[in-house]
Design a protein around this ligand. Structure first.
Ligand SMILES: [Zn+2]
Length: 99
């Protein structure tokens, strides 16, 4: 008869199961951290003349305070803000000030 209480193989199996589940849990938690919603970087540009704002995708070299070309009829456009949004989210229509 097999003594299951003190069977080293059974104990070894339980130990293996414990280690296995610990590793699995560790992998699961580290994967969920990586699974963040994809983010998009938005650059807000303001016209220095009329204060009109426009948004576009972030481009390499963008920084707050950077001056860009004119908005058409006016002089200089300046990068006012850079922020990230969740890619899936639709840009919420803010009750902002329209000039
Ligand atoms: Zn302008």
């Amino acid at each position: 008869m097999l003594d299951t209480q003190n069977n080293p193989y059974i104990q070894f199996l339980f130990l293996l199961l414990l280690i296995g589940s610990t590793i699995w849990l560790f992998i699961q938690t580290s994967q969920s951290k990586k699974k963040e919603a994809p983010r998009k970087i938005i650059t807000v540009i303001e016209c220095s003349e009329d204060g009109k704002e426009k948004k576009r995708d972030f481009q390499e070299g963008d920084y707050i305070g950077k001056t860009l070309g004119g908005c058409g009829e006016h002089g200089v456009e300046v990068i006012k803000a850079i922020y990230t949004i969740e890619e899936k989210q639709q840009p919420a229509s803010k009750p902002g000030i329209t000039l």
